[in-house]
Design a binder for this molecule. Sequence first.
Ligand SMILES: *Cc1c(COP(=O)(O)O)cnc(C)c1O
Length: 400
Amino acid sequence: MIKPAFQPDAVSKEADFVLGTYPRPPFVLARGEGMYVYDTDGKAYLDFGAGIAVNALGHANQEIVEAVSKQAARLSHVSNLYHSAPQADLAEKLCQLSFADKVFFSNSGAEAVEAAIKFSRAYARHKYGEGKTKIVAFENGFHGRTFGALSITNREKYQQPFRPLLPGVTFAPFNTTADALDIIDQETCAVVVELVQGEGGVHVASKEFIQQLRQRCDQTGALLVFDEIQTGVGRTGKLWAYQHYGIQPDILAAAKALGGGLPIGATLLTGAVAQALGPGDHGSTFGGGPVVCRAAQVVLDHVSRPEFLEHVVKMGAYIVERLGKIKSPKIKQMRGRGLIIGVEIDGEAKAVIEQGYARGVLMLSAGPNVIRLLPPLIVSKKDIDHFISVFEKCLAKDQA
Ligand SMILES: *Cc1c(COP(=O)(O)O)cnc(C)c1O
């Protein structure tokens, strides 16, 4: 008699074969549509994490599916050795919609940050000669897991196993002008900052802080680099979060939402910085491939519309209004801008998030006590009402 082959499900297969760098909840996601994802049992989850600020237009957006399918059937990859129209179109669009004069494409946020670091070094060397190599970043910031990005991410747990890291990095307190201004000096080539610290607890940078960083960078010849990997592409209610601040960066790193669910990184730069770089100075086999660029074009076409950004502002305000009416002693503070919202609670975020899994809602954390909400930007009032009713129960249950 032939025994039926043992068929492990994805959970046990992963335990056997996927490197265990992520603790995952015990269900397997199989499909998505709009604001919802569904597991292999057909259970629906209202997605208030959007795959970590990625699915701005929700899941399985028809226009993205069509653009991607068409391009995949026509030409999916040629490498950056050759011209192709989708990349050229996307670069033009990104420059039209931002401060930038040039774009470098890669495949992820960390890569976009790596490029920003390398371009800052190259620019400083080109313009000022040797010795201007230091980088200033901020406490609680997050910039990614590759060596350069990790070196400017001030998190002991992430850095410790991998030292030594990139030398010459100094961390200044976030939103505290005086200290940061002293640390930025003539040897600084780049100041890298998030406009809303995402992973670090949803802390919004003050206007004064960012404007003073801009001034100090101008005084010292350091480049101001905004990591908008999480805040960019409409998340805060403007296409780019820097547009709230009345100033512009020299370099901006984008990723996450830009590809509509496909992997992309983009490093946006001014013409002045671009002059320091020429053929062969940086590269990527996949970066800015035709398929993801067509997806990104659809995302930008939607998200850059004033009505769409107005919707983000309104929905963000509505979530905060509804959260404000929850009578729970567990809610300590709410922070955020547009549709990046942090709810600091008295207790563990993890326990509330697990309640959410049981009740069919996906949420994220940002540190041990902050629940981070990053719904798709297409979220409606009805979705928010549903979310709030579940969230209330999650808080109450965790209290008992
Ligand atoms: C997610 C994130 C990154 C890293 O992006 P990956 O695509 O995971 O490499 C960097 N900076 C910020 C602000 C992020 O939110």
